[in-house]
Design a protein around this ligand. Structure first.
Ligand code: NAP
Length: 279
């Protein structure tokens, strides 16, 4: 795969297809990442909350760092200034690299000043530890607040985005304000493959349901980070650039939205480890 790339505000280019590593650990992650590298993926998405940065660092150790685009995310419990700086340094250490191409606030945390978190992000960028800054799971309102108080451009909002959960208000705001929508769980963890329309289009185009869903997301201007441990799936998820999905069929998929989230569980449990509000 030679993935096209999208330009971020300061000129860096982010491949539109990346490899998601959420839920992968140890040898399973190592094997999947090796397959992904062989298939031509150069963008890898992780987070301190995934507990797999060490394994990802090991799996990428022989790759040319300058050819890679690495994203990690800071937990919402680490968003005060000092904790955020420390969290980034620890992620870099675990990944065995000097810098992240993109560093995201994993989830908003209303108990911590967004200005403080983004000041820390600006410091990280000034120090060269982070090339681009972004957020994840932010609503349009939360994103607009972030933009108001940030000294650095918010390059990306990584949100759940697939045919059954299209979040048009957030996507529209991102488009208007030049923020890239990075589609998390772009395959809806396979749930969307039950959609008759997706199956019908897969048969029509002689493609897999996964390819139809990912191609639609790209056509809608999002970037995608599918996760897979199946070598055939890893490869097919990257085979998206030598065929077309018609505008009419994209519109038919637009109509499948049912606001069905696979991971954005409401209400968020603010007492658990991932979302916990540090005292
Ligand atoms: N920012 C956030 O809060 C957030 C939240 C969720 C996810 N993410 C990111 O987004 C990435 C992807 O999301 P996800 O892992 O939750 O879900 P996903 O990519 O939507 O779905 C992964 C599932 O789809 C299957 N699959 C992959 N390709 C397939 C294909 N071509 N045909 C059939 N099945 C296929 C995989 O199983 P096989 O192994 O059998 O292929 C796996 O079970 C994560 O790894 C993470 O990096 C971010």
């Amino acid at each position: 795969m030679d993935s096209p790339a999208v330009a971020l505000p300061d000129g860096d280019r982010m491949p539109v297809v990346g490899f998601g590593t959420g839920g992968l650990h140890g040898d399973e992650l190592g094997d999947a990442v090796s397959t992904a590298l062989e298939a031509g993926y150069t963008r890898f998405d992780t987070a301190e909350g995934y507990g797999n940065e060490n394994a990802l660092g090991d799996a990428l150790a022989d790759a040319d760092r300058s050819e890679l685009f690495l994203t990690s995310k800071v937990l919402p419990s680490n968003l005060d200034y000092e904790s955020l700086i420390g969290a980034c340094e620890a992620s870099l250490d675990r990944l065995g690299t000097d810098y992240l191409d993109l560093y995201l606030i994993h989830w908003p945390n209303p108990a911590v000043s967004l200005r403080e978190s983004l000041d820390a992000m600006a410091t990280l960028r000034d120090r060269g530890l982070v090339r681009n800054v972004g957020v994840s799971n932010f609503s349009a309102y939360q994103l607009s607040c972030a933009q108001h108080v940030s000294d650095v451009p918010i390059a990306v909002n990584q949100i759940e985005f697939h045919p059954w959960h299209q979040q048009p208000d957030v996507v529209e705001y991102c488009e208007e304000s030049g923020v890239v929508v990075d589609a998390a769980a772009p395959l809806a963890r396979t749930q969307v493959f039950d959609d008759d329309m997706i199956r019908e289009l897969a048969a029509t185009y002689d493609r897999s349901p996964g390819q139809i869903v990912l191609k639609w997301a790209l056509e809608r201007g999002a970037t995608v980070i599918p996760q897979s441990t199946d070598p055939g799936h890893v490869r097919e998820n990257a085979t998206l650039f030598d065929w077309e999905l018609s505008a009419d069929d994209c519109r038919r998929i637009d109509e499948r939205d049912r606001s069905r989230s696979v991971y954005n569980l409401a209400p968020t449990d603010w007492s658990n480890e991932t979302f916990g509000i540090a005292r």
